[in-house]
Design a binder for this molecule. Structure first.
Ligand code: FE2
Ligand code: FE2
Length: 272
């Protein structure tokens, strides 16, 4: 088993698909991850399961890899609850990033409803897309992702696979924004819908990964002094950013939430 703890999760799942199914039961999403280069020992460690659940998980993985081996079943209860973590408590600076995710998600929620009925020939339709691109470029990227990349990840090893995956998501997201912007110029509705939808799917998964796995893991490794330092660095970074723009973006996201409610209500009324 020792041997497999140092093997990439993709290779293990490729050889033993049952391992992927077991990880999914524990809400460890390695199967859909296209990179999959994290080592099994890191995948298990980073999720910080309670000791008895971690022992059960490793037992089941070992049985899946070596079905004929007489593996000793660990003491304690088997996994009964499929959700591994309860309410996550974040340190104050990390909580700020989680709150920014809430703002980004308000806007993400609106994308499918708007795209369903968007008229790119109308001024209002085009305005919503260009406002959205401004929101993404400024709030999601310049304000939020920049704090992660320039400050937070400095407290981790940037060569770790989980950080590489997160950084690659940021790059892919920037690619979709660029492609949407080009599609706006050429009035290519299909490409606008395709790239904004892909952006929404990517960011939703990305935020979940950060909220539930990456941030708690980084938080666990921070000393009290580092938490204070991180808070001060975020303050410094935010002081360099136009406050009026941040407020405008938050207002835009909040209005997006309102808009989703109105669209849903209107559709329900039409159905009646
Ligand atoms: Fe991120
Ligand atoms: Fe984030």
């Amino acid at each position: 088993m020792e041997k497999y703890l140092n093997v990439s999760i993709k290779e293990i799942i490729g050889k033993f698909p049952e391992v992927g199914r077991i990880l999914e039961e524990y809400k460890i999403g390695c199967v859909p991850c296209t990179l999959g280069s994290c080592l099994l020992k890191d995948v298990v460690g980073i999720h910080n399961l309670p000791a008895d659940q971690e022992a059960q998980l490793l037992y089941r993985i070992e049985k899946a890899i070596y079905p004929k081996r007489n593996v000793k079943r660990p003491e304690g209860k088997a996994l009964t609850c499929k959700a591994p973590v309860g309410n996550i408590k974040y340190s104050p600076p990390i909580k700020r990033l989680v709150d920014e995710h809430i703002v980004i998600k308000q806007w993400l929620e609106l994308i499918p409803s708007v795209l369903e009925e968007i008229d790119i020939e109308s001024e209002a339709g085009m305005r919503w897309i260009s406002d959205s691109l401004d929101f993404v470029r400024f709030y999601a990227d310049k304000f939020h992702h920049a704090k992660e990349e320039d400050i937070l990840f400095g407290y981790t090893d940037k060569n770790l696979d989980i950080i590489k995956t997160i950084l690659r998501d940021h790059e892919t997201a920037r690619g979709h924004v660029k492609a949407t912007s080009e599609a706006v110029k050429s009035k290519d509705k299909e490409a606008i819908v395709q790239h904004l939808s892909a952006y929404k799917d990517l960011l939703k998964e990305h935020i979940k990964k950060e909220d539930e796995i990456l941030y708690p893991w980084i938080d666990r490794g921070l000393s009290t002094r580092q938490v204070g330092e991180l808070f001060a660095k975020f303050d410094e970074a935010e002081a360099r950013i136009d406050k009026g723009m941040i407020e405008q973006c938050e207002k835009f996201a909040h209005e997006a939430e309102e808009k989703v409610r109105k669209i849903k209500k209107r559709r329900q009324q039409n159905e009646w």
